[in-house]
Write a protein that binds this ligand. Structure first.
Ligand code: AMP
Length: 490
């Protein structure tokens, strides 16, 4: 499939694709779109980074456009259920971006924030609801949301919902859906429970699969530094002192390891934060925002948390610990080199890690070059000072344009997706968009609310900021019935 023109997309969606800078369909899109656009159920086996969001968002939007209906209060016309707040916001943004010329109101709902704005939005009526399961179920149980008008149901990252203990909530949500609907079901893997859930949900479905990425992106320059375990931290500090490292994601095996390393980096004067599933959603949000804005240079993350991170401008990925599962290597290093940019991936490998390195090289059918300059003479490096609390870090303000600023400050990192120019960005393999200015000219009616991670949602925490994501605060003029503003992603 050469471009999107063969799919029979309606003109507003073709315009949405242009805004997003998507020129050619990704393999999962090419595989899923024909059936999904016909209204068939689809089971998609695909990971994040494959373009699966558009693979379900385009059919969802087209299905809504086919029926000229208005959403009734408390009864969304399309529902996307997914595991985390981060993913919810990303999907909400893609709905906004691709639906930029359609008049649909989109809301992103998740736990950890006040229920009231969410209740209000549901009461006003919205077309597309993107929600984490726990909060959605709360709202349903309290009578603020009914699912009997859902025309399209999407389950995204079903295996991760299982991992996070959301399956019982998902089953209750599914039980409230009408029988007559389209279902698009996406999961990276198919454990038995997920497979059972899918079987119960899908009717006469088409199964599409993109093989898990086993090839690494060419523009990511990879290297391995062999070292002793005790050299890891000082070597990493030395590597991070290179001004070319504008934004780095560092992977550790454990959450505790991530906390410890982040504290060590801060102690060494490097702006860093830990990011993993055990952190409160407030802390995760703060960490991610500081990183996106360029106020911290390093995010120390575990694999599970990293799956939701889609931030442009990550110049480097460091594997402080190699992953236990080889596929995770491909996924991790894919955090850099996004949106057609170059990136570097450096793995710190000890003798004990050799079998893990071998497995990665076997999977990716490559030999990762040894960086003989490493371990960067760690003994010559200044000793790592004891950690000091993060608030003592010097904040790094973002610089408007790319490159290093006069004071050696990094450019702000922005979340993907963001729009390319209206003509489509060249090499927009990961193109996407900040749903900012282009949306200002449209007459869509969108809204979003809430903040909170899947974990927060699950635990019913109420510790998020009141307005949540800017998506949930910014509003723009809409249809006569007085809709909400777009969930513009900041
Ligand atoms: P996803 O797997 O949906 O999270 O998408 C991964 C990245 O690919 C995001 O940054 C999207 O904006 C981008 N993307 C999705 N589809 C396309 C496409 N057809 N062309 C270019 N970039 C895309």
């Amino acid at each position: 499939m050469e471009d999107f023109s063969n799919f029979g997309l309606i003109a507003p969606l073709a315009a949405g694709l242009q805004t997003a800078g998507y020129i050619k369909p990704t393999p999962i899109q090419a595989a899923a779109l024909p059936a999904a656009l016909e209204g068939r159920d689809v089971l998609g086996l695909a990971q994040t980074g494959t373009g699966k969001t558009a693979a379900f968002t385009l059919p969802l939007l087209q299905a809504l456009a086919r029926q000229d209906r208005r959403a009734r209060p408390k009864a969304p016309r399309a529902l996307v259920v997914l595991p985390t707040r981060e993913l919810a916001l990303q999907v909400g943004t893609v709905c906004e971006l691709l639906g930029i010329q359609l008049p649909y109101k989109v809301a992103v709902i998740h736990g950890g924030v006040s229920l009231n704005p969410q209740i209000r939005m549901l009461a006003e009526g919205l077309d597309i609801l993107v929600a984490t399961p726990g909060r959605l179920l709360d709202l349903m149980n309290q009578g603020h949301c009914r699912l009997d008008a859902v025309e399209v149901f999407v389950a995204d990252e079903a295996d991760r919902m299982l991992d996070m203990g959301f399956l019982p909530a998902v089953k209750k949500i599914v039980a409230a859906l009408p029988k007559q609907r389209q279902t698009l079901f996406f999961s990276a893997t198919m454990p038995t429970e997920v497979s059972h859930l899918a079987t119960g949900l899908l009717r006469d479905h088409v199964r599409v699969e993109v093989t898990p990425p086993s090839t690494t992106v060419e523009r990511i320059e990879q290297s391995v530094i062999m070292l002793e375990p005790t050299q890891k931290a000082p070597t990493l500090v030395a590597l991070l002192r290179d001004p070319a490292v504008e934004g780095a994601i560092i992977f550790t095996r454990t959450k505790h390891g991530a906390n410890r390393l982040a504290a060590q980096l801060v102690g060494a004067g490097i702006g860093a934060d830990a990011y993993h599933a055990n952190k409160s959603q407030n802390a995760r949000e703060r960490a991610l925002n500081a990183f996106r804005d360029g106020n911290t240079r390093a995010l120390v993350a575990t694999d599970i948390a990293a799956r939701g991170i889609d931030v442009e401008g990550v110049t480097h990925v460091f594997n402080y610990d190699l992953p236990e599962v080889a596929e995770a290597y491909v996924h991790r290093i894919g955090r850099t080199g996004r949106a057609g940019r170059a990136g570097r991936a450096v793995s710190l490998v000890t003798a004990a890690d050799r079998p893990l390195l071998k497995a990665i090289e076997k999977l990716t059918r490559q030999t990762i070059p040894l960086d003989l300059m490493g371990p960067a003479a760690p003994q010559a490096m200044p000793a790592i000072k004891p950690a000091r609390p993060p608030q003592q870090q010097q904040s790094r303000r973002p610089k408007p344009a790319g490159g290093m600023g006069a004071q050696g400050k990094p450019p702000a990192r922005r979340p993907g997706p963001r729009p390319a120019s209206a003509t489509g960005a060249p090499g927009a393999a990961n193109g996407g968009g900040n749903a900012g200015s282009p949306q200002a000219n449209t007459a869509g009616r969108h809204a979003g609310t809430g903040a909170g991670s899947g974990a927060g949602d699950q635990n019913g925490r109420r510790n998020g900021p009141p307005g949540g994501h800017p998506a949930n605060r910014r509003r723009r003029g809409g249809r006569p019935q007085g809709g909400h503003a777009p969930a513009a992603k900041g």
